[in-house]
Write a protein that binds this ligand. Structure first.
Ligand code: HEM
Length: 490
């Protein structure tokens, strides 16, 4: 059984509708063709197929859903649709919405029945409902924190009970799509011109909390980055294949193209500065906070009608994305992360993504270890430099990301944890620091005399930068730890 069919079987097994869904593993085998790999990766996103999960790794859709998210719910969910349209602090028509004066919670109690979702099997609709109920859940739970933060720069406590009109359908939908019943955001976009591409100017968000252009920019910038992920998948698989067959030329070429793809993604990431104002971030960040390791939910959240035991979930975070974990696993960086509680948080984040993504990432990790990507690269100085250049792209991502964190968050608040519940000044540096160390180690073992001119220049520039960034990072973290509490607690 391939990893994909195993994942699908698990999804079916965990669904209460296992035997009534028109869901055929044989059909999947037929429709998904291999890309030089024994993990079945979609070469066609199968947009007309509503039976397969929305999130399946593909060379076209990459880590984006196979089909465009539904922008509006069908009529039977009009009460939920109406609440969500009136929810943002600033609505689309410019008027003040329910969250602006803390009226969303009352509206949920007054207007929203426990809607029946038992019969729904269409995965595109399930994913849209998942998006919408998680938005309603976060707005409901965190509304009091947002109101308090606006006047006191302190979050206080969130609502500790999620009412049954959100909790019951949300839990049922999560079970059907095999997700945790808490917010994700890569399903929150639509094309303005349905025939146009995934460029920033052709995208809009579907749901929002603040309703500001910066909130839209924050989400859509992520989407435009992930729009490149089909190429990442393709070239990562090609690297594994090249090592497996001992084909050095193919390895070097695949590493070069992979490097270029990560570079496109990093360049796209740089546009965040202009698409989402750092000073606006705190105005919508409250609503993407989680309930795990967050002072606003010291005892978690009771899902009324679902569980008497409180539940804890990490909040929405880019840490749920699959592009960096793909690089970590392919380049065998994951196994070099230090064995400490911060690395455990990284592993925990990796349980928060769609099943098929999780399986693909595990497959890549296992396969990279089996064929020995790093050892293969290090046997040849030019290959080692190309390997290093890819690790440098992961560094560039994490370095820029650390800069975002300082400029969008740390500058404005002393709150000790990020939206995903990780300690704000130690967790990101745990991974960035490891990448920098690995780069220095690999770089110091490369013999410059064997390199092409291009690779020698690349090695010199990369090594110099890594050394300087490592020194600065260590100083920064030591200094920030004096201001932020509990940074070793996870
Ligand atoms: C202004 C923009 C952003 C800020 C302020 C920000 C902030 C953060 C913070 C504080 C974390 C720590 C985890 C937690 O939430 O507890 C995190 C993790 C992460 N974020 Fe972002 N993020 C931003 C944009 C993005 C984007 C666009 C991506 C696109 C993929 C992304 C990908 C990640 C990844 C992969 C991690 C895990 C880090 C690692 O593995 O070292 N972030 N982010």
């Amino acid at each position: 059984m391939t990893v994909l069919t195993k994942a699908i079987s698990q999804t079916i097994a965990s669904s209460k509708l296992a035997f009534v869904r028109s869901f055929s593993v044989a059909a999947v085998r037929h429709q998904a063709r291999p890309v030089e790999s024994d993990f079945r990766i979609l070469t066609d996103p199968l947009v007309d197929n509503k039976d397969l999960p929305s999130f399946m790794v593909g060379t076209e859709n990459g880590f984006l859903p196979r089909q465009e998210p539904l922008a509006q719910l069908p009529e039977r969910f009009e009460k939920l649709e109406s609440l969500l349209q009136r929810m943002p602090i600033r609505c689309r028509d410019g008027s003040a919405g329910l969250l602006s004066h803390g009226q969303f919670g009352d509206a949920v109690h007054a207007e929203l029945p426990v809607l029946n979702v038992d019969d729904i099997q269409d995965n595109q609709l399930l994913s849209a409902l998942f998006r919408d109920y998680t938005f309603a859940a976060s707005a409901y739970l965190l509304e009091p924190c947002d109101i308090m933060y606006r006047s006191k720069d302190d979050y206080g406590l969130g609502r500790q009970v999620l009412p049954k009109n959100i909790a019951i359908p949300l839990t049922k939908i999560s079970e059907k799509i095999n997700s945790k019943p808490f917010m994700e955001y890569l399903y929150n976009w639509k094309r303005i011109n349905p025939l146009g591409g995934l460029g920033y100017d052709n995208l809009d968000i579907v749901r929002s909390f603040a309703g500001s252009p910066s909130e839209a920019g924050f989400i859509l910038n992520h989407v435009t980055m992930v729009a490149y992920s089909g190429d990442l998948v393709k070239h990562a698989v090609s690297v594994l294949d090249a090592v497996n067959t001992g084909d050095r030329e193919k390895f070097n070429n695949s590493m070069r193209i992979l490097n270029r793809t990560y570079e496109f993604i990093n360049n796209e990431m740089e546009l965040m500065w202009s698409r989402s104002e750092p000073a606006d971030y705190m105005k919508f960040r409250t609503f993407i906070m989680g309930t795990k390791n967050q002072p606003m939910f010291p005892n978690g959240v009771i899902y009324e009608g679902v569980s008497e035991t409180p539940l804890f979930h990490r909040g929405e975070s880019g840490a749920n994305d699959s592009m960096v974990p793909l690089g970590d696993n392919l380049l065998q960086l994951t196994s070099h992360m230090p064995k400490n509680p911060l690395t455990e948080v990284l592993k925990d984040f990796r349980t928060y993504r769609p099943t098929n993504h999780k399986d693909f990432l595990e497959y890549v990790q296992q396969r990279a270890d089996e064929v020995g990507v790093r050892d293969f690269a290090l046997k040849d100085d030019n290959s080692a430099t190309l390997y290093l250049a890819n690790v440098d792209q992961i560094r560039a991502f994490r370095h820029r990301h650390w800069n975002f964190t300082k400029s969008y968050i740390i500058k404005y608040t002393n709150h000790p944890v990020a939206t995903g519940g990780s300690p704000i000044v130690t967790w990101l540096p745990n991974q960035l620091g490891t990448v920098l160390e690995q780069m220095l180690e690999v770089g110091s073992n490369i013999n410059r005399n064997n390199l092409t001119d291009e690779n020698r220049d690349s090695l010199d520039a990369i090594s110099k930068r890594a050394e300087a960034q490592k020194r600065v990072l260590e100083r920064e973290v030591a200094s920030l730890k004096t201001t932020f509490k509990d940074q070793d607690r996870t």
